[in-house]
Design a protein around this ligand. Sequence first.
Ligand code: SF4
Length: 333
Amino acid sequence: MAGVAVLGSFGCSGIVGQSDNNQRGARNQRKNVPEPKYLELERSGELAKREKALWDLYSPCYLCPRLCGAKRAEGIGGVCTAASSFRVASYGVDFATERPIRGTRGSGGIFLSNCNLLCIFCQNWQIAHRGDGNVTTPDQLANMIMSIQRRNPHNVSFISPTHLVPQIVSALRIAIGRGFNLPLLFDTSGHESLEVIKLLDGIVDIYQPDFKFMDSKIAARFTQGAPNYAEHAAAAIKEMHRQVGVLQIENGIAYQGILMRHLVLPENLSGTDKFVRWVADELSPDTHINISGQFFPAFRSSEYPPLNRRITRTEHNQAMQWAREAGLHNFHS
Ligand code: SF4
């Protein structure tokens, strides 16, 4: 999960069914960009098939590379602890994300509780590890989507979506029936199943994946043993890039593509030099990228030196120099 500030207040109890009239403005303000592909998938019946395929991976759960096999439908959680019910920590409109995503009207954000990566330095550990949030249904989630669309942001983003992809697609189909038509974003830790990402082809318009570690042994040490993180993230992100390509921007606002994130860690534990070369070689030197210097020792970081300190200015400067030397040039903060 990226270090995303908690958005707005949770208030699904105050949301009621929406009229399609509420959504006309959003599409009218995007005349020059294609409609999100998920609308055609819904019209053709393909989205219903994808929804079913995703629910087939839910219990026993094989939605992420941990492959817990947890019988979530029976209320048994896996490593991520998400079981049959699910929670939303907050939702609202965010103006703190990268400029092509937030634009002038902000980015809608729905911050889902629990996480399948579980970094020991998580800045949102109360939500990701402890699961703070309100129990929600797909119908209520659809109401949140529509509530956000009424506020006229440029897009709607699901933050930490991996363990809840079936519920999200069910909610998306309900929201489409109520007039939803904004670009859909997935803001993920990168710990994704290739099978699941393939099922999202045409559903997600913009991917915002972190690529947190280039060394899976280091990743496992800081993520409660996440298996083969680097290999799974590389395969999933390449598939994301195949689906949506380099970030497409119209009038300063992104409507399709991939925006990579990478958090620089002390003593280069995240392997930034390897990461930037991988992006340039395997995706494109034109990839839009946020190389973040915002690490701070949150949650259990103090138990894991050198994660018990912030990165230095020199470390971040070095990371940016590696990125420029690799040929990257579309930077965001
Ligand atoms: S999503 Fe959760 S329950 Fe499912 S495989 Fe991943 S960690 Fe296990």
